[in-house]
Design a protein around this ligand. Structure first.
Ligand code: C5P
Length: 308
């Protein structure tokens, strides 16, 4: 085998309940992840070992202009770090070129960087024939970042701890979404920092029963009413203009309106596919977003789509 391509989904948070800051700087979460059909592709290609190059060389391209601006192409990229960790863990590492094809917004609150890291783990484990086992792969992913384990499993899942301890949620519905993308990203760390400033008295996070019963019954209207993101006030404080984006989706009759994760992407739940197209058109016309994309959820996690 000389090349492997993995397709890996973005996430939106259906509930993001955030506790007080912990001693290690992280926050305990109840984080209901939902994988949606915006996918990055991660291709790893076996490279000739030579002295001048390290283990990983990285390139990125996007479907549209600007979509890869802000993606680091050096060893700080989470996908590169993931490959180094996998090589250390398995003793199977060999030099690779990694090509990222980005569709998930960069620094958009949809875990695009984490998705690429998850995709790189699956692609390299396949290319190298590393016998790692699902649990060890999940643990390695969780160690790399709070959002890296989820794109391995996909679907809908509750993340606790700092978000990395996953329990799958059986979901019965197919949900139609619109995502309003912003031209400039937001730093996750900065949004959590703003949350601490706004909520010094944050309570312990709890799972929301209304959300869980909406998911169990597959009721999109109930799900829309139950969407909650504790980071939303912090994202709006740093980016007040997102209020107009949320309002534009509300005015177009979205069932639920929420900032995705730490933002600035805004997510709108629609009644059906036609309603999603209507909301996307209204958002584009409003001028309150850079782009509006239609997607559905949930979808499976990282999947090998090509091996050569
Ligand atoms: O784990 P990850 O590297 O994705 O987290 C990015 C940043 O988000 C952390 O450095 C931290 O500031 C913040 N964070 C947090 N609590 C979490 C997850 C992330 O404070 N549970």
């Amino acid at each position: 085998m000389t090349a492997v391509t993995v397709r890996v989904p973005a996430k939106v948070n259906l509930q993001l309940a955030v506790g007080p800051a912990r001693e290690d700087g992280y926050h305990d979460l109840v984080n209901v992840f939902h994988a949606v059909s915006l996918f990055d592709e991660v291709t790893v290609i076996a490279a000739q070992p030579c002295a001048e190059r390290g283990l990983v060389r990285l390139t990125a391209e996007g479907e549209t202009h600007g979509n890869t601006a802000g993606v680091p192409l050096d060893a700080t990229n989470l996908a590169a770090r993931a490959v180094h960790r996998l090589a250390a863990e398995t003793d199977a590492g060999a030099p690779v070129d990694i090509q990222l094809t980005k569709r998930i917004p960069v620094a958009g609150g949809m875990a695009g960087g984490s998705a690429d890291a998850a995709g790189a783990l699956v692609a390299c484990a396949t290319l190298w024939g590393a016998e790692l086992g699902h649990d060890r792969l999940l643990a390695l992913a969780a160690d790399l970042g709070s959002d890296v384990a989820f794109p391995l499993v996909g679907g809908t899942a509750v993340g606790t701890g700092r978000g990395e301890l996953l329990t799958p949620v059986p979901s019965t519905g197919r949900y139609h979404w619109v995502f309003a993308l912003s031209g400039t990203g937001l730093s996750t760390g900065a949004v959590f920092g703003e949350y601490d400033r706004l909520r010094p008295d944050a309570p312990e996070p709890r799972e929301d029963t209304a959300l869980m019963s909406a998911l169990a019954s597959g009721n999109a209207r109930a799900l829309g009413a139950a969407l909650r993101n504790d980071l939303e006030p912090a994202a709006l404080s740093l980016r007040p203009e997102l209020r107009s984006t949320l309002d534009a989706g509300r005015d177009a009759d979205a069932l639920g309106v929420i900032v995705s994760g730490s933002g600035p992407t805004c997510a709108f739940l629609a009644e059906d596919r036609a309603a999603a197209a209507h909301i996307a058109a209204a958002l584009r016309e409003s001028g309150h977003c850079e782009r509006a994309l239609v997607a559905h959820g949930d979808v499976p996690g990282a999947t090998v789509v090509c091996q050569e």
